[in-house]
Design a binder for this molecule. Structure first.
Ligand code: PLP
Length: 480
C-alpha cells in the first residue's frame, strides 16, 4: 500500500489483523443489525424521519484507508470518518499504546492537582510543538468542549482583567465549532440553531469568506478579503470594541463546505483584531496535525492566533481527546481568579484521560517519526490536481480545497451558479452512488467533501477519484 518513503514505516504498522467481532461467533447477535439499530439508537446528524426507510450503514472493521461494512464490503474512507482518522483504521501501534496504558493505569483524573504521566508528557509535547507561545494546556474530550472552554476562559479572563463588558465572541456564517450550547452558537449553520433556541446572546456571525459564492461581480480575492475585513471592523465598531472579546475561525472551514479563505484574508482580519484588542482563537480541530501540509492550519493560512483548540487528529481519532492551548496572560488571569474564588471551577471527569493521552502521544510520535506532514506535502498536489479535473464537469460549480481536504460544489446551472433545490436531494444521491462504488464522501449542503486519511497513497488517491467520477456521472444521469 505504501508509495512514498515517508510512509513506509507507518504503513508497516498497519499490519494489525482484523479482529473478529464478538457478535460473529457463537452468537445470534449478528442478525438484524439494521432493525436493532433503528430500535435503539438516536443517530446524530441523521434525518430521523427518513432513516427508517434508508436504514443505517453498519461498519464492522477497518484496514488502512478502508472500512468494511457488516456484509464485508470495503469502502475507501474518503472522509477519515468525520475528518479525524488521520492514520487510517488499523494502526497497531496506537492499539498497543492504548492497551499498555489500560493495563497500567486505565483511569486517573487531573482535578485538584492529581496528575499522571501521559497527560504531563502530552502537555509538554503540545507546548513544545505549538506554533504559538503556550503557558498551559487544558484537556477536554471533544472539539465542542474545547471551544466551549475557549469561550468560558475568555469571559473568565476579562472578568479577572476588570473588563466585564468585553464578552462578545465573533464567529462566521457557515463556521462549524461544535454542538454544545455555546459552541453550537459559534457554529454558523442554520440547522444547528433552528428550534434549539440558539444562538445564545453575545455570539455574532460575520461574513463567510467564500469567494465563489459571496464575492461581488468581478471582485478579486484581495478586494473580497478587504471588504470582509472592513465588514468585521464595522461590526466591532457598531457593537463597541469594549464589548467584543474574541474572534474564532477555522483555518479552512470544514463542515461549512471546505472553504479556503481568499488570499490575504487572515492578515487583514488580524489587523482589525489587533486594532480593537480582540483575541484570535484558531479552531484547529480539523486542520491541526498536518491536514493542510503544515503541522497546524494556522501556519498554512498565516494566522496569528492567541489560542488554539485541538481535537480529532490529536489522537488520530482512536480515543476522544481535545485540548485548549492557553497563553500566559490568560493563565495568570485564571490564577488570579483562583485567589478570588478558591479554585478554577472548570474541568471534565475525563479531562486528559490517561488512555486517550497515551494514544495522542503515540499519534504525535508517529506523525513526527514518519514525517506525516512531508507525506501530505508529497501527495496533496496529486489530490488537488485530481479534484480540479472536475472543474469542467457539468454538475460542478467549483472544485476547491487545500492539502488533503477538498470539495466539489454541485450546481444546477454553472453559468448562474444556481444551486439545486435542497429538497431535490442531489447531494444525498451522490453520496449514495459513491458508497455503492465503494467510496465514502460527505454531502454538506451542495458541497461534496473529501478528507481522506493522511496516510493515503498516490494509488489510493487515484482510486478515490476514479470512484468519485463514476458516482458523479451516475448523479448526472439521475439529475437529467
Ligand atoms: N470544530 C471543528 C472545526 C469541527 O470540525 C468540529 C467537528 O467536526 C468541532 C469543532 C466539534 O468537534 P466535536 O464533534 O468533537 O465536538
Amino acid at each position: 500500500m505504501a508509495s512514498g518513503k515517508n510512509c513506509g514505516r507507518l504503513q508497516q504498522s498497519l499490519a494489525l489483523q482484523p479482529v473478529a467481532s464478538p457478535y460473529r461467533e457463537g452468537s445470534r447477535m449478528t442478525d438484524n443489525y439494521a432493525a436493532r439499530d433503528l430500535a435503539t439508537i438516536a443517530h446524530p446528524y441523521a434525518n430521523l424521519a427518513t432513516l427508517p426507510d434508508q436504514g443505517p450503514v453498519v461498519m464492522e472493521r477497518g484496514d488502512g484507508v478502508y472500512v468494511y461494512d457488516s456484509a464485508g464490503k470495503p469502502y475507501l474512507e474518503g472522509m477519515s470518518g468525520l475528518w479525524c482518522a488521520s492514520l487510517g483504521f488499523s494502526n497497531a501501534e496506537l492499539v498497543e499504546a492504548a492497551r499498555e496504558q489500560m493495563a497500567r493505569l486505565p483511569f486517573n483524573h487531573l482535578f485538584a492537582g492529581r496528575s499522571h504521566d501521559p497527560a504531563i508528557a502530552l502537555a509538554e509535547k503540545l507546548k513544545d510543538m505549538a506554533p504559538i507561545p503556550v503557558s498551559r494546556v487544558f484537556f477536554c474530550n471533544s472539539g465542542s468542549e474545547a471551544n466551549d472552554t475557549q469561550i468560558k476562559l475568555v469571559w473568565y479572563m476579562n472578568n479577572a482583567l476588570g473588563r466585564p463588558n468585553k464578552k462578545k465572541i465573533i464567529s462566521r456564517q457557515r463556521a462549524y465549532h461544535g454542538v454544545t450550547i455555546a459552541s453550537a452558537s459559534l457554529t454558523g449553520l442554520p440547522g444547528n440553531h433552528a428550534d434549539f433556541d440558539l444562538p445564545i446572546a453575545g455570539i455574532l456571525h460575520t461574513a463567510c469568506p467564500h469567494h465563489y459564492r459571496y464575492a461581488l461581480e468581478g471582485e478579486s480575492e484581495e478586494d473580497f478579503a478587504t471588504r470582509l475585513a472592513n465588514e468585521l471592523e464595522e461590526m466591532i465598531l457598531r457593537e463597541g470594541p469594549d464589548t467584543v472579546a474574541a474572534f474564532i475561525a477555522e483555518p479552512v472551514m470544514g463542515a461549512g463546505g471546505v472553504i479556503v479563505p481568499p488570499a490575504g484574508y487572515f492578515e487583514k482580519i488580524q489587523a482589525v483584531l489587533d486594532r480593537h484588542d480582540v483575541y484570535m482563537i484558531a479552531d484547529e480541530v480539523i486542520c491541526g496535525f498536518g491536514r493542510l501540509g503544515e503541522m497546524f492550519g494556522s501556519q498554512a493560512l498565516g494566522m496569528r492566533p492567541v489560542s488554539m483548540s485541538l481535537a480529532k487528529a490529536l489522537s488520530a481519532a482512536y480515543m476522544p481527546i481535545s485540548a485548549v492551548l492557553i497563553p500566559e496572560r490568560m493563565y495568570q488571569a485564571m490564577v488570579d481568579e483562583s485567589r478570588k474564588n478558591g479554585a478554577f471551577y472548570h474541568g471534565f471527569t475525563y479531562s486528559g484521560h490517561p488512555v486517550a493521552a497515551a494514544v495522542a502521544l503515540k499519534t504525535i510520535e508517529i506523525y513526527e517519526r514518519d514525517d506525516i506532514v512531508g507525506h501530505v506535502r508529497k501527495v496533496a498536489p496529486l489530490f488537488q490536481q485530481r479534484l480540479r479535473e472536475f472543474t469542467e464537469h457539468p454538475l460542478v460549480g467549483e472544485a476547491r480545497g487545500m492539502g488533503l481536504m477538498g470539495a466539489l460544489e454541485l450546481v444546477a446551472d454553472r453559468a448562474t451558479k444556481t444551486a439545486f433545490p435542497a429538497k431535490a436531494g442531489v447531494g444525498a444521491m451522490f453520496t449514495r452512488y459513491a458508497a455503492e462504488e465503494g467510496l465514502i464522501a460527505r454531502s454538506l449542503g451542495d458541497s461534496m467533501a473529501l478528507c481522506p486519511p493522511l496516510i493515503i497513497t498516490e494509488s489510493e488517491i487515484d482510486l478515490l477519484f476514479a470512484r468519485l467520477a463514476i458516482a458523479l456521472d451516475r448523479t448526472t444521469v439521475w439529475v437529467n
